[in-house]
Write a protein that binds this ligand. Sequence first.
Ligand SMILES: *[C@@H]1O[C@H](CO)[C@@H](O)[C@H](O)[C@H]1NC(C)=O
Ligand SMILES: *[C@@H]1O[C@H](CO)[C@@H](O)[C@H](O)[C@H]1NC(C)=O
Length: 351
Amino acid sequence: MRSEGGFDLVAISLVVALGLSLYAGRMQAAITLTPGSKLLQRHFYKKLNTCANVEPFVRHQVTLWWNRENNITAKLLKLLYADCMVNGCDASILLDGPKTEKESDKNSGLDGFVLIDKIKKVLEIRCFQAVSCSDILHLAARDAVYLSGGPSYPVYLGRRDGMESKASWVDLPSPAISIEQGIAYFKSKGLDDMDYATLLGAHTMGKTHCANLNDRLYNFDKTGKPDPSMAKSELEKLRKQCPKTLKKGQRDPTVFLTDRNGEQYKFSNNYYSNVVSNKAVLKVDQDLLRSYNTTQLALEYAGMLGHFKQQFALSISRLGGLNLLTGKQGEIRLNCRFTNKNNPYINHHAK
Ligand SMILES: *[C@@H]1O[C@H](CO)[C@@H](O)[C@H](O)[C@H]1NC(C)=O
Ligand SMILES: *[C@@H]1O[C@H](CO)[C@@H](O)[C@H](O)[C@H]1NC(C)=O
């Protein structure tokens, strides 16, 4: 059963290794999956004979949604990241209720839950209580990334869902942290600086609120001046979109993280071209040039879309292996918003 999973793992590593060897003198880093991923398998549900067609079912729902709202890709990537980095990939981000991860300020813009509910509903009809919410999230994100022009990659399956919304959990770090702190945070999770530079590339699509960049435009580090690392043309453009003060009752506007991809929500390497030409929108993006390894990667990805795609597939699979519940751990939720114990729609006294 493992051999096929093992083979795929080798296949990915090989592709990446080939990509790497073309680039002399570059860093040797993440070319294998994280240890947790070894607990997962390709075609897990098919092999167990619990849901042979789970992948086509998910792909169908994601495609229907994406055809109406292509921005779902950015939303699913954010969900997946917020889930896996906090408490591991256990679908804890999907739980409703007070003091849940969903309620954190850091996650205030999260969206995409309704699509996950939709997929779960279909799967509960087709394959009763077989497929975890956590696996659904990973499959859906993969399919959306591909529809947006990103890489196609295998998703290793067999994750189970967390059973409780923990009373205490360590939230995502502030977006204002330095690159050293950001990389240290990734390393504390078992990822590395290559994953950091690569997963930030998800900012090739999506939007952010002006509040997240206004200091760079008007009062950087409380100097009363803009961020000197931002290119003049970018500064002028962003100042037009993000006024210094909002009119009474005006909502904080949003800007595209990678303007050139805009409404198309296209998976491309334009994000890295912006970074290397000092046109990144957020400080966390522009700061990729403040560390040697990440600068090298930004240059490489800006020049070679294929390298970015390959490494993105690997880094997101590495992310998908963090702190997993597998085997008899956790549970398969019936509704992604509730643990089975807290699910108000389950009659716990039946049987
Ligand atoms: C940069 O890459 C080298 C080679 O892979 C690695 O040893 C080093 O730890 C990396 N630096 C950081 C800050 O992660
Ligand atoms: C996502 O796309 C849909 C359809 O184009 C649109 O109605 C919605 O406002 C978009 N959401 C965001 C956050 O841009």
